[in-house]
Design a protein around this ligand. Structure first.
Ligand SMILES: [Zn+2]
Length: 435
């Protein structure tokens, strides 16, 4: 079976940006022909070939398969919220050919057996690629470090106690040293739990108005600064998860300028909406870290624009209505993100924050680089490819989501631009090319 993807705008950040045809065969990219080069034959226009298929990509953007380096798939243990299968379908629909799943499942992914289970299940499903992120500490409790050799052998691509911070700095130092020697990336959920205390949303005027206890930006940035200090001490690289606060952006920018090995991600909700969404959407706008102020949102955009923030990840966090339809203070944290991420991120391009190439980079090649995964549209590479229609307009309808959960503050939003095809290893796992 060979597939030609013809006439699209091919963007391979740092390598190519132009109209081209791609020929995919046996799971790999076997030919790329730049349009306008008359001497080259149209690679896939071979109607006699019984097993060839042509995808008309005219007017579409063709990018390396998008990688979401921060999702919660909930399996094992909370399959009523999401399963590896529904999460993979949600990812494919959202244009992602690969996701990295966080370890706060039940049981926690803190041993090789759980890591292997996730990988085996994903392989059996054969939808998108699933790269497990295992725990830093047993039970993500911050008391005993996991066996990183066992986790790496089982297929973990990074370690994180996401959901919980590693509050003990000595333990984080040790984790960084071991992870560094094993070439495993640490992904840090930065939160000073004593400062955050029982806070339910960002500390400020809106929280005061609603009577909810607040979480200051400093509860994030204090730990960002600590992890930067520990990275400097150990020379271990550290990746900061879901950056939400202006103070954190500043800390990461300064650390990068000093040559510290720190990378960072943010999520679409942090550059799209603010704390005021809590007034309109209630618990559908409750997450950790919380939505912050307009000034924080602007700082996140600045951080994306100047390269301080390397990646856009969704922190896809499915929860059932039972977990959300309760008092604000006791509602679960998190929103789903896989199926709206591309559309929300494209707004950054239309608003002049990022070029299209920089956006593609933050959703594909940068996550790949941070985690040591392959990416890129080049001859010989695995055919993980996403097609985006930048002009497709639609209304977000959570009842139609592939995810098992519906917890989004973006329900009813009219958005422009969305993924229309996701290819993984030459297989089309999602296609919606025609309206
Ligand atoms: Zn987290």
């Amino acid at each position: 079976m060979q597939i030609g993807i013809n006439g699209g705008r091919l963007i391979d950040p740092g390598h190519f940006d132009g109209i081209a045809d791609i020929l995919v065969k046996d799971g790999k990219i076997v030919k790329i022909v730049e349009k306008g080069d008359d001497s080259a034959p149209d690679p896939a226009s071979n109607p006699q070939h019984p097993e060839s298929k042509i995808i008309d990509a005219f007017g579409k953007i063709v990018t390396p398969g998008l990688i979401d380096m921060h999702v919660h798939l909930r399996e094992p243990g909370q399959e009523h919220k999401e399963t590896i299968e529904s999460g993979c379908r949600s990812a494919a629909w959202g244009g992602f050919s690969a996701v990295c799943c966080m370890p706060n499942t039940s049981p926690v992914n803190d041993n090789g057996q759980v890591t292997e289970y996730i990988r085996a299940r994903a392989q059996q499903l054969n939808l998108v690629r699933v790269f497990p992120v295992a725990a830093i500490s047993k039970g993500i409790e911050g008391k005993t470090l996991c066996d990183y050799e066992e986790l790496k052998q089982a297929g973990a691509v990074a370690v994180s106690d996401d959901g919980n911070p590693v509050m003990n700095s000595r333990m984080m130092r040790r984790a960084m040293e071991i992870a560094r020697d094993m070439d495993l990336k640490i992904i840090s959920h930065c939160e000073d739990i004593n400062l955050a205390a029982d806070g339910a949303m960002h500390e400020g005027a809106v929280a005061k108005n609603l009577g909810y206890p607040g979480i200051p930006g400093a509860s994030e940035s204090i730990m960002v600064l600590r992890d930067i200090a520990l990275s400097e001490l150990t020379r271990a690289p550290v990746h900061i998860a879901h950056v939400s606060a202006a103070e954190s952006v500043r800390a990461i920018r300064d650390a990068k300028a000093r040559g510290i090995r720190v990378t960072a991600e943010t999520a679409p909700h942090y550059f799209t909406i603010t704390e005021t969404a809590v007034k309109e959407c209630g618990t559908r706008a409750k997450m950790n870290p919380p939505l912050r102020t307009g000034a924080d949102r602007e700082a996140i955009r600045q951080g994306l624009a100047d390269g301080t923030i390397d990646a856009i990840a969704t922190d896809h966090a499915p929860h059932s209505n039972k977990d959300k339809d309760v008092a604000f203070g006791s509602a679960a944290n998190g929103i789903i993100g896989l199926e709206t991420a591309v559309s929300l991120s494209l707004q950054l391009v239309r608003q002049g924050v990022l070029s299209l190439t920089r956006l593609v980079e933050k959703m594909s090649t940068n996550p790949a680089r941070i985690l040591g995964l392959g990416s890129g549209l080049r001859v010989g590479h695995t055919a993980d490819i996403t097609l985006i229609d930048p002009d497709r307009e639609y209304t977000v309808k959570s009842e139609n989501f592939q995810s098992l959960s519906r917890n989004t503050p973006f329900d009813g939003w009219k958005l422009k631009g969305r993924p229309v095809l996701t290819m993984v290893g030459g297989r089309v796992v999602f296609e919606d090319l025609h309206t």
